[in-house]
Design a protein around this ligand. Structure first.
Ligand code: SF4
Length: 450
C-alpha cells in the first residue's frame, strides 16, 4: 500500500496503529490511551459519546480479532492517505499535553520503522506486523484513590463506590458481579496469554506499565523477571506510570536489579503536589514515603539519562497550591518534570483548573508563574510552559453553557467524597483549607458565581 502523504512530515500520521496496542482493565481495546473512540460496552472518561450503553453486552475482542479488524484497517488507510482520524483528535489539538503522544510513537520510539510501513501494509489496510508495544492494563488494582481518577482505573475507588452505594448497573455495568467475573476470566484466559506469547516470542520493543498501579501487580514483576531470564531485556524499552507504592519485589529493587538490563526505561512517578496537598489530591499517598522511594531511584539517573526517572504531574486545581513545593524538590534533586492537565470533558470535573472562572484563574496563574519563573530550569521548564498555556485555554464558563449545572454536580460529588474520606480529620486537609490561601477562590467554591 503506497502512501499518499509523507509520513515524516504529515502532522496527522502516527505509527501507533502499526505498532502499539492498548486494553483497559474493563477489556475495552483502543488505539492507545489518548485516542477518543466509541466504547464497545462502557464509556471511558476520554471516549467519544457511546450513546445509550445500557443494552450493550460485554463481548470483548481478542487481539487477533482486533488488530486487523475493519476498524483498524480503515484507520491505517486514512493515515496513509493523509486524512484526519477523528479518534486522534487529542493529539491533533494538543488538548492534554503540549507534546503529543503521536510524536512519541512516530518521531521517537518507532521512527526506525517509518520507511517500512508501506511494505508492511496491504491494500485493505491490514498489516502482517504484530504489535510490538503493549499498554495492557491487566487490572484496575490500585492502592490510591486520586480524586481526579475513578473506579475504572482504581480498585480502591471501586471498593469505595461499592461500599457507599455510589454506582449503578446502568452507569457501571462492568461492576455487576457476573460481568466482573467475566472480565477477570477474559483477562486471565486471553489478555495475559496474548501478552505472555509476545514476551515468549521475543518481539516486544516496548511495555508501558500503567494501571491500576503496576508496582503492586505480581504480573508486572513476574514479566520483568521473565524477560531478563530470557535474555531479551536489552531489546525492550519499559515505561511506567507508577505511584511508587512498591519499589522492590522478592528482595530485589526496581532501580538496582530489575531495570538495569533493559534497553532503556522511563519511570514516570505520578505526583501532583507536595506534602499534605499532594495527600489530599491523591488519597492514599504518604508523601514522605513517596519521596523516599523516588529518591532511591535518583542515583540511577546519571547512568540512564534525565528521562529515566521523572516527576509526572497532572495539573489539578487544588494541586496548583502545592506545586511550588514540588518544584523545589525537583530542583533540589535535579530531576525532570513532565506535565499534563487533568482530563476535563465535562464541566463537573471540579479537579480541573479550568473549573475556575477566567478572572480568577489567570491572576492566580500569573502570581504562581511570577514566583516560580526565577527558579525554573531546563528540566522543569515544561511546568512553566504548561501554566502559561493554561491561561489561554477556555474555562468551563466559556466552553460549556451548562457550566452551573456542572459546578453543582461536581461540587456535590467532591463534598460527598470529603465526607467519605474523612477530610479534615486525622491531619487531613479539606479542599476549603487549600483554597483558603486565595479568598476569592474560596468564595467561588462557596458558590459566589452561581
Ligand atoms: S495519533 Fe495520538 S491518539 Fe491517535 S493513535 Fe497516535 S498516539 Fe494515539
Amino acid at each position: 500500500m503506497k502512501f499518499k502523504t509523507d509520513p515524516k512530515k504529515d502532522p496527522l500520521f502516527c505509527m501507533a496503529p502499526w505498532t502499539h496496542t492498548f486494553i483497559s482493565p474493563q477489556s475495552e481495546r483502543r488505539l492507545c490511551c489518548a485516542s477518543r473512540e466509541k466504547p464497545s460496552y462502557i464509556q471511558q472518561y476520554i471516549d467519544q459519546d457511546g450513546g445509550d450503553m445500557s443494552d450493550k453486552l460485554y463481548q470483548p475482542l481478542s487481539l487477533e480479532e482486533h488488530w486487523n479488524s475493519d476498524y483498524m484497517k480503515a484507520i491505517r488507510l486514512k493515515m496513509m492517505n493523509g486524512e484526519p482520524v477523528p479518534e486522534c483528535e487529542i493529539c491533533q489539538s494538543q488538548r492534554l499535553h503540549i507534546y503529543t503522544y503521536k510524536d512519541y510513537f512516530t518521531k521517537a520510539l518507532f521512527a526506525h520503522l517509518l520507511d517500512k510501513v508501506e511494505d508492511a501494509t496491504h491494500a485493505d489496510g491490514s498489516t502482517d506486523w504484530r504489535p510490538r508495544s503493549f499498554d495492557y492494563r491487566f487490572s484496575n488494582m490500585c492502592n490510591f484513590k486520586c480524586r481526579m481518577c475513578g473506579e475504572q482505573l482504581s480498585s480502591a475507588w471501586e471498593h469505595e463506590k461499592k461500599q457507599a452505594g455510589f454506582w449503578s448497573p446502568k452507569d457501571q455495568p462492568w461492576m455487576i458481579p457476573e460481568v466482573r467475573d467475566k472480565i477477570d476470566k477474559f483477562t486471565e484466559d486471553v489478555v495475559e496469554k496474548e501478552f505472555d506469547a509476545a514476551v515468549e516470542r521475543g518481539d516486544l520493543e516496548e511495555i508501558y506499565w500503567v494501571g491500576g498501579e503496576p508496582s503492586i501487580w505480581p504480573k508486572h514483576w513476574e514479566t520483568m523477571a521473565r524477560i531478563i531470564e530470557k535474555g531479551d531485556a536489552h531489546k525492550v524499552h519499559v515505561r511506567y506510570n507508577t505511584n511508587l507504592a512498591l519499589i522492590s519485589w522478592k528482595g530485589k529493587h526496581l532501580f538496582k536489579d530489575y531495570l538495569p538490563p533493559f534497553k532503556s526505561y522511563q519511570v514516570c512517578a505520578s505526583i501532583d503536589a507536595a506534602g499534605k496537598i499532594g495527600e489530599f489530591v491523591r488519597t492514599g499517598l504518604e508523601w514522605n514515603k513517596w519521596l523516599e522511594h523516588f529518591e532511591s531511584g535518583v542515583p540511577f539517573i546519571k547512568l540512564r539519562g534525565p528521562d529515566s526517572l521523572v516527576m509526572d504531574l497532572t495539573l489539578t486545581l487544588p494541586g496548583l497550591f502545592g506545586i511550588e513545593e514540588l518544584l523545589d524538590h525537583a530542583l533540589r534533586l535535579n530531576v525532570k518534570m513532565y506535565v499534563k492537565i487533568v482530563f476535563a470533558f465535562d464541566p463537573s470535573v471540579m479537579m480541573s483548573p479550568l473549573a475556575l472562572p477566567k478572572e480568577l484563574l489567570v491572576p492566580y496563574l500569573d502570581k504562581l508563574i511570577k514566583r516560580i519563573e526565577p527558579k525554573i530550569n531546563q528540566k522543569t521548564m515544561v511546568l512553566l510552559e504548561t501554566l502559561q498555556a493554561l491561561k489561554e485555554r477556555q474555562t468551563f464558563m466559556e466552553e460549556y453553557p451548562n457550566w452551573k449545572d456542572g459546578f453543582v454536580r461536581g461540587r456535590n460529588f467532591m463534598q460527598d467524597l470529603a465526607r467519605l474520606r474523612g477530610d479534615g480529620t486525622r491531619g487531613r486537609l479539606r479542599i476549603e483549607d487549600i483554597f483558603a490561601e486565595e479568598p476569592e477562590i474560596l468564595r467561588w467554591w462557596e458558590g459566589k458565581y452561581l
